[in-house]
Design a protein around this ligand. Structure first.
Ligand SMILES: [Fe+2]
Length: 153
C-alpha cells in the first residue's frame, strides 16, 4: 500500500515541534551561574539532559531518514537529491558536536568558567545549526508535499 504522504509530512512537522520544546527546556544560562559546590550535581543532571536530547534527536533523524521523508523529496524533486544527502551529513555533524560537548563536560573535574563559557558557546552553535537545518527541511517539505498534494491542514 502506498504510504500516506500527508501523514509523513504531519509526523515530521509534529516531531519538529517536539524538538523545539526540547531545545527550549535546555537551560544554558544556568551553566555559568551554578554554585561551585553544586557543580557536580548540576553537571550530572545536565549531562543526562543532553543525552536525552541526543537520543531524541537520533529518533527524529531516524524518522526523517527512514520514514519516507527524504525518499519522497528525491522522488518528487530529483534535483534536490544532493541537498538531501547534505541534510544527512548535517545530522551526523550535529550528533558529533553534541558528543564533543558531552566529552568536555565529563572531563571537567571542577567548575571552570572559561571552559563552561566555551561549552555554552558550542552548544548555542549546535542549536543554531539545528534550527537552520530544520528550517531547511521545512522548506523542502513544502516543496515535496504541500505543493503536490495540497495543504494537509
Ligand atoms: Fe528535522
Amino acid at each position: 500500500m502506498e504510504r500516506d504522504k500527508t501523514e509523513v509530512a504531519e509526523k515530521i512537522a509534529k516531531d519538529h515541534e517536539s524538538i523545539r520544546r526540547y531545545i527550549g527546556a535546555l537551560n544554558l544560562s544556568e551553566m555559568t551561574e551554578v554554585d561551585a559546590k553544586e557543580f557536580f550535581d548540576w553537571k550530572l543532571e545536565f549531562i543526562w539532559q543532553l543525552r536525552d536530547f541526543k537520543n531524541r534527536l537520533l529518533k527524529h533523524f531516524d524518522l526523517e531518514e527512514e520514514g519516507g521523508f527524504m525518499e519522497d523529496i528525491v522522488k518528487v524533486a530529483p534535483h534536490l537529491s544532493r541537498k538531501v544527502s547534505g541534510l544527512k551529513v548535517e545530522h551526523d555533524q550535529i550528533l558529533m558536536s553534541l558528543d564533543e560537548i558531552l566529552f568536555k563536560l565529563k572531563r571537567m573535574k571542577k567548575k571552570n568558567d572559561t571552559e563552561l563559557e566555551q561549552v555554552q558557546f558550542e552548544l548555542n552553535d549546535v542549536i543554531t545549526s539545528l534550527r537552520d537545518h530544520e528550517n531547511e527541511e521545512n522548506i523542502l517539505m513544502q516543496q515535496a508535499y504541500y505543493r503536490e498534494f495540497g495543504s494537509p491542514g
